[in-house]
Design a protein around this ligand. Structure first.
Ligand code: HEC
Ligand code: HEC
Ligand code: HEC
Ligand code: HEC
Ligand code: HEC
Length: 213
């Protein structure tokens, strides 16, 4: 059969077709995939803090309860950060005079909080509440990872909508009895999870207005 188009036009057409397929299919797919990588979500990211406070030492080592420093976690929307006064009973004169504690001294003399860097942050259009989760048996560790053994807190979860929803769809996979807050994350015992879900009357909250109000 005689060629309808010149070879050159044929190559051009094929190139254009491939380019069209890449821009319509591959690019959005790549963007979709990238949006889920740690580079895009900030997962595993940590920050240099004004005082090198180590949870590993204070929680695993000294067995201080999370709630001593994050009093809101159990009864308020925000967990909150500890006031500088919470450090003073243990770090009086001797330790506080060291260089590591410059920001603590400044805070005590100025009355302003230590400028801690926020690690875990949601966009403003998302509604979140700590107390509801903690009261329904979701451990700190389910969302924040093994904080008790971190020298530097990092963002343990991707904090994407998918991540929230995969638990809301099946909370019985994640919840534990309320008292295990410092013990670490025990996951996987479904029968026990179901029993706890029934006991606490845990709902599957999937409607958009749960998190977007
Ligand atoms: C219940 C007591 C207690 C509380 C409360 C406490 N700490 Fe500590 N902290 C300790 C002990 C004990 C050590 C280990 C002492 C040492 O190595 O000099 C330590 C070590 C440290 C270190 C490392 C010091 C070094 O020499 O390496 C820093 C920094 C620190 N704490 C900051 C803080 C901050 C900030 C707060 C308040 C948010 C705080 N601590 C609250 C008991 C406490
Ligand atoms: C002695 C006080 C103290 C105790 C006890 C403590 N924390 Fe903290 N926590 C802090 C301070 C100070 C910061 C801010 C500096 C930092 O990020 O390390 C912080 C930061 C955090 C952050 C990061 C907050 C953000 O910006 O996203 C999380 C999450 C956290 N703590 C969880 C826990 C959990 C879970 C426990 C118990 C297993 C716990 N903490 C026990 C003092 C404490
Ligand atoms: C269901 C997941 C989840 C659980 C459970 C959870 N957190 Fe959080 N936490 C978050 C999210 C999400 C943020 C960021 C909130 C924002 O930006 O509005 C956060 C923020 C924080 C912060 C930063 C300050 C603040 O109040 O926003 C601290 C400290 C903290 N959490 C500690 C804790 C502790 C301690 C526990 C357990 C007693 C806990 N969290 C349980 C998801 C969780
Ligand atoms: C590991 C499990 C888990 C994860 C992860 C989780 N949630 Fe939840 N969430 C729950 C449970 C359990 C409840 C309580 C259900 C009930 O009230 O019966 C809840 C309740 C809520 C509520 C209802 C609060 C109210 O006042 O009615 C909101 C809002 C919410 N979650 C937002 C979020 C957001 C936003 C994220 C992600 C950043 C998230 N949750 C991640 C388990 C989880
Ligand atoms: C359990 C909590 C939760 C529920 C339920 C939820 N969302 Fe979200 N949504 C989030 C969080 C968290 C983000 C922010 C994600 C991020 O920053 O990556 C978000 C982001 C979004 C965005 C911004 C685009 C994006 O993906 O970042 C849109 C649009 C959205 N949600 C729509 C919806 C709709 C529509 C529904 C109901 C079908 C819904 N959401 C249900 C938690 C939730």
């Amino acid at each position: 059969m005689a060629q309808l188009f010149s070879q050159r036009a044929d190559i051009l057409l094929r190139t254009a077709l491939v380019a069209a397929i890449i821009s319509v299919v591959a690019l959005p797919l790549a963007a979709w995939a990238f949006a889920r990588t740690p580079a895009a979500t900030g997962q595993y990211r940590a920050f240099r803090q004004p005082v090198p406070f180590a949870h590993s030492l204070h929680v695993s080592g000294l067995k201080i309860d999370c709630r001593y420093c994050h009093a809101g976690a159990e009864r308020a929307a925000m967990a909150g950060l500890p006031p500088t006064a919470a450090c003073v009973p243990c770090h009086h004169d001797a330790t506080v005079s060291s260089n590591l504690f410059t920001a603590v001294r400044q805070s005590l003399s100025s009355g302003k909080p230590i400028p801690w860097q926020r690690v875990t942050r949601l966009p403003d259009f998302v509604f979140f509440n700590h107390a509801v989760h903690v009261q329904n048996g979701v451990d700190c560790q389910a969302c924040h990872g093994p904080v008790e053994s971190m020298r530097e807190v990092y963002q343990a979860a991707p904090l994407t909508m998918e991540w929230c929803v995969q638990c809301h769809r099946a909370p019985e996979r994640y919840i534990t009895p309320r008292a295990t807050r410092v013990s670490g994350w025990m996951r996987g015992d479904l029968a026990r999870g179901r029993a706890i879900a029934a006991r606490y009357d845990v709902q599957r909250l999937l409607s958009c207005t749960t998190c977007h109000r």
